[in-house]
Design a protein around this ligand. Structure first.
Ligand SMILES: NC(=O)c1ccc[n+]([C@@H]2O[C@H](COP(=O)([O-])OP(=O)(O)OC[C@H]3O[C@@H](n4cnc5c(N)ncnc54)[C@H](O)[C@@H]3O)[C@@H](O)[C@H]2O)c1
Length: 290
């Protein structure tokens, strides 16, 4: 096991040093243009992370945080153009990232994502399942079977199937960490977001069920439940002033969160600082009023 981990780290190191797109960290440090965190080596140095839906919003912030902590990160989203833009932006910050397209509901896409991480970086230590859809806003009794199928397929089933695909790779190298992105509405369903809220509640249960089964393989599974975070996805809740005011009235801190306020929680859960935490959900929602 020691040798396979050492070989993986050597692969990642060699890839970084030989990369023609960016100078090595050592060269950057000599030029004095590497931030102090990179020079120190972060909490995820030598780790390999896969993040779904990571070209914008919380997923992009998570990819950046994990990479800033020293991980090599595989980004993904459904759009090739978005993947290329996000990868270029993070490489410009001298972070170790690559990317591929991945519609999490398609098995061939999930397999491509996992095999890219293994081929490029030699294994997988961290999985962040972040992709989600919400095609419906209205009374739950008006939602159709089609809506439920889509929401459960992408938000819940794909999360499970991707974790199932990644777990053997984590096992092979002695363990890993999975972080599932749920939502505050999984704990407190929001009116007009019924099916989406229920899918996020299912993820709280999935976290516990997976944690139980994967603990013997030294794989921790945790969940983060963000509150109202300023992204395109949540636009329906903050682009209209009166809807925004109504949402803020339920938040103790009286403001929306930023994606990086969630990505910090995600990197913490992935790191050894959280080595005794599994099956838990961390709520990061600015304080929910009773
Ligand atoms: N923004 C918020 O207020 C908030 C609050 C709680 C939870 N969340 C959760 O955070 C996560 C990220 O959302 P965000 O707010 O950063 O918005 P976002 O729009 O950046 O992220 C959602 C992403 O999921 C992607 N996606 C949708 N279907 C997909 C599929 N089949 N395959 C791959 N990608 C797919 C979208 O392209 C989009 O990029 C989601 O799971 C969301 O439910 C967001």
């Amino acid at each position: 096991m020691f040798f396979s981990r050492a070989a993986r780290q050597l692969t990642v190191w060699t890839r970084n040093v030989l990369s023609l797109q960016r100078p090595s960290v050592q060269v950057m440090a000599l030029r004095g243009i590497v931030d102090s965190k990179s020079q120190r080596g972060g909490k995820l140095q030598g780790k390999v992370a896969v993040v779904t839906a990571s070209t914008e919003g919380i997923g992009f912030a998570a990819a950046r945080s994990l990479a800033q902590e020293g991980a090599s990160v595989v980004l993904s989203s459904r759009s090739r153009e978005n993947v290329e833009r996000a990868v270029a932006e993070l490489r410009h910050e001298n972070l170790s990232v690559t990317g591929t397209t991945c519609h999490v509901g398609k098995s061939e896409d999930r397999e491509r994502l996992v095999s890219m991480a293994v081929k490029e970086y030699g294994g997988i230590d961290v999985l962040v399942t972040n992709a989600a859809v919400n095609p419906f806003f209205g009374n739950i009794l008006d939602s159709t079977e089609e809506v439920w199928d889509k929401i459960l397929d992408v938000n819940v089933k794909a999360t499970f199937l991707l974790t199932k695909l990644v777990a053997p790779h984590m096992e092979k190298q002695g363990g890993g960490s999975v972080v599932i992105v749920s939502s505050i509405v999984g704990l407190h369903p929001l009116q007009f977001l019924g099916p989406y809220s229920v899918s996020k509640t299912a993820l709280l249960g999935l976290t516990k069920a997976l944690a139980l089964e994967l603990a013997p393989s030294n794989i921790r599974v945790n969940c983060v439940a963000p509150g109202l975070i300023k992204t395109n996805f949540s636009g329906i809740l903050w682009k209209n002033e009166s809807v925004k005011e109504e949402c803020l009235s339920k938040i103790i801190m009286k403001r929306m969160g930023e994606p990086k306020e969630i990505s910090g929680v995600i990197s913490f859960l992935c790191s050894d600082d959280a080595s005794y935490i599994t099956g838990e959900t961390i709520v990061a929602a600015g304080g929910v009023k009773a």
